[in-house]
Ligand binder design. Structure first.
Ligand code: NAD
Length: 366
């Protein structure tokens, strides 16, 4: 029996809709296994700006620092996306949370449920058996380096790509440790033929690799990696990369899984970890109740596994999703062509199907 405090930051748009589902699943699995999960809601993003003027109010940070894990939906609103001059923005909340909790490693599993082989825009024979674990550095690199400014006359802009060896070392260790529990392969992605920061990255990863002699390390340039990911994704086991390259490659890789609505992520560091779907607030479908909640529900499975060590519970959630998909149920983003009408589910219905499958499991067991 475990007692855990979980802070839920639903955020904006579909973040509100999918975290509700994820929380329901977490409550159910907790009750089934006798765990006590205590939930506390906190504000971040556009909703926080509206309520307090601050995208990450001090109260939210305080709650997060006391929590055992954090479940996050998404932040973002078209009001800011269409106004590059806005001084206060929802994403500032997310970046500040990552920095404050030192969430330097973003972990994204890319796996395809067998029943979704046809939902991807890639050929099924290329996808079958894909199992990639991305480690993206999250609190440094070009998204954080300074100077970051516009010249006085507005005709020139500068961003700074900076890494220290310590920053590379700590995420490299996480990636190598994970590889030891998998197929023992790490592919480090950089642009060392052009960038000095990438040469430092490569040198440091080579040094760390010496501590993991069983793991085979390869290096790949990011342009080649972006091509190899869709040419032959099965060649990858653990992929280790910097902040911006990881941002782009993981969105590309999301297409392997059929939809942004299918992929979970964990952001970990030295303190509390954050679990969130990789998608954003999806303003185009927000409020319609049609978002796919499975990425958020898979984020909960990742939380149970990585933060609480509850592997069986995590696996049960994944199996429940697998069964629901095998029964042919789909949300609109993974529907494909010719789906019978009674198999098309909205957000809430998909969540209920997963909960039904979990309940059926426990009945079978007892
Ligand atoms: P997005 O991920 O919100 O949406 C991209 C496309 O995928 C949209 O067509 C959307 O409808 C679809 N989609 C995403 N999640 C889905 C789901 N669960 N079910 C079904 N369809 C889904 O990306 P975007 O449109 O580039 O950004 C929208 C807003 O989200 C922006 O303000 C952006 O800054 C923000 N954003 C936030 C995060 C985050 O909070 N971590 C990440 C990415 C983008």
């Amino acid at each position: 029996m475990m007692q855990k405090k979980i802070v839920v930051i639903a955020g904006d748009g579909i973040g509100q809709e999918v975290t509700r589902c994820a929380q329901d699943v977490l409550k159910l699995i907790g009750a089934q296994h006798g765990h006590q999960f205590e939930f506390d809601q906190a504000l971040m993003g556009h909703v926080a700006i509206e309520a307090t003027g601050d995208p990450l109010p001090a109260e939210t940070l305080e709650k997060c620092s006391q929590a055992d894990a954090i479940l996050l939906g998404a932040v973002g609103h078209p009001m800011y996306d269409n106004n590059p001059g806005a001084k206060v923005r929802p994403e500032q909340g997310l970046l500040k949370l990552r920095k404050s909790l030192e969430l330097f490693a973003n972990i994204r599993p890319i796996k395809l449920f067998d029943d979704l082989l046809d939902s991807s825009s890639l050929k099924p024979e290329i996808l079958q058996g894909v199992d990639i674990l991305f480690f993206r550095e999250l609190t440094s690199g070009i998204y954080f380096g300074s100077p970051r400014e516009r010249s006085a006359n507005g005709e020139e802009a500068i961003d700074t790509l900076r890494y220290t060896k310590d920053e590379v070392r700590r995420i490299a260790h996480k990636a190598f440790k994970a590889a030891m529990t998998r197929r023992k392969m790490v592919c480090s992605v950089d642009k060392a033929n052009v960038l000095e920061s990438s040469r430092l990255w490569r040198e440091t990863v080579n040094e760390v690799a010496k501590e993991y002699p069983e793991v085979s390390l390869t290096h790949m340039f990011v342009d080649n990696a972006s091509m190899q990911l869709i040419r032959d994704p099965r060649q990858f086991d653990v992929v280790l990369t910097g902040n911006m390259f990881g941002d782009i490659l993981t969105d590309e890789a999301s297409q392997i899984a059929g939809s942004m609505g299918m992929l979970a992520s964990a952001s970990t560091g030295t303190q509390t970890s954050v679990y969130e779907p990789i998608h954003g607030s999806a303003p185009d479908i927000a409020g319609k109740g049609i978002a796919n909640p499975l990425a958020a529900i898979l984020s909960v499975a990742l939380m149970l596994d990585l933060s609480f060590g509850l592997k069986e519970e995590a696996q049960q959630i994944e199996q429940a999703i697998d069964e629901v998909l095998r029964s042919g149920y789909r949300t609109i983003d993974i529907a494909g062509e010719g789906l019978p009408e009674d198999k098309l589910l909205n957000t809430q219905q998909m969540s209920e199907q997963v909960q039904q499958a979990l309940k059926a499991k426990l009945t079978l067991k007892s």
